[in-house]
Design a protein around this ligand. Structure first.
Ligand code: C2E
Ligand code: CA
Ligand code: CA
Ligand code: CA
Length: 272
């Protein structure tokens, strides 16, 4: 036990020290993994709700460390805290543009951390990366969460405007699980809204369907198309389609897979 400064004794907790040590180790491993190209994108299909055709893919970062796969829910926040998110985001953007340019007519969505968007170098970096990859900017959509719109609206707006000017699209991610307002959709000129999976999963409960229908109706009234993520069963797909959602994404349609598997799926579809 040691004193906590208020004259009270605090029990020494070896658990806490172990956690800190583990986090420090993981951070070093992530740094090395980024340097050696061990963090790579997987791709999850987005399909048209009405035709079922693949219209796009979302790149999702994957890290297979030597101790096994680490979840993005763990390494993304770690990268954000330790200053590695710019390098991670750059690696995922580059790698996914190089894969996606082989998929004709397919839109690529890439997640952007609020920290990246607030870096003044971000927009110029995206523009030069698109040029180097020879990727048509209109085929790229950046997914961002609302937090940054509140914490740093001016910088977010500057970066978004610079990229929108060359045709890059923006989707407001995780809509419905935080405080993002319909107003923000309009103010910042989003091209698309992504309904959070928690809203989709609440469909089969109490007022879930009413909330979802109202959310989709509001976006639609503003002329903003809606993607639903986390679609796991045909019931959810049916309700979402009837509500006017135009793109569906989720395990029902396909899990995140390697670039090769996306290529195979596209070839099979084309042959069918
Ligand atoms: P997100 O952007 O909301 O991505 C959707 C998450 O839902 C992904 O988790 C995806 O694998 C998962 N998912 C999709 N469909 C289903 C479904 O039907 N059922 C279930 N149970 N899950 C589904 P993942 O890959 O673990 O990524 C978690 C979060 O990590 C992402 O949430 C995103 O916020 C972040 N992330 C992932 N890759 C990147 C990246 O390259 N950059 C940044 N900044 N963040 C990333
Ligand atoms: Ca996303
Ligand atoms: Ca999301
Ligand atoms: Ca999320």
């Amino acid at each position: 036990a040691k004193e906590n400064g208020k004259g009270q004794l605090v029990k020494y907790d070896p658990e806490l020290d172990r956690d800190r040590l583990r986090v420090a180790e993981l951070e070093k491993e992530l740094r090395d993994a980024l340097a050696s190209g061990e963090v790579q994108p997987a791709f999850q299909p987005l399909v048209s709700a009405t035709t079922g055709r693949i219209t796009g893919v979302e790149a999702l970062a994957r890290w297979r460390s030597k101790n096994g796969p680490v979840s993005p829910e763990v390494f993304i926040p770690l990268a954000e805290k330790s200053g590695l998110i710019d390098a991670l985001g750059a690696a995922i953007l580059k790698a996914s543009l190089l894969e996606a340019r082989a998929w004709p007519g397919i839109n690529l969505s890439v997640n952007v951390s609020p920290i990246q968007l607030c870096n003044p170098d971000f927009a110029p970096f995206v523009i030069s990366t698109l040029n180097e990859a020879g990727f048509y900017p209109r085929r790229l959509t950046l997914e961002i969460t609302e937090g940054v719109l509140m914490s740093n609206p001016d910088q977010a707006r500057r970066a978004m405007d610079a990229l929108k000017a060359i045709g890059v699209g923006f989707a407001l991610d995780d809509f419905g699980c935080g405080y993002a307002s319909i107003g923000a959709l309009r103010q910042f000129g989003f091209d698309r809204m992504k309904v959070d999976r928690s809203l989709v999963w609440a469909l089969e409960e109490g007022q879930g369907e009413g909330i979802l229908n109202a959310t989709i109706a509001l976006a639609t009234a503003l002329g903003i198309p809606v993607t639903a993520e986390g679609v796991e069963n045909p019931y959810q797909a049916g309700v979402l389609t009837r509500a006017g959602c135009d793109l569906l994404q989720g395990y029902l349609i396909g899990k995140p897979v390697s670039a090769d598997e996306i290529t195979r799926a596209l070839v099979e579809k084309a042959a069918a």
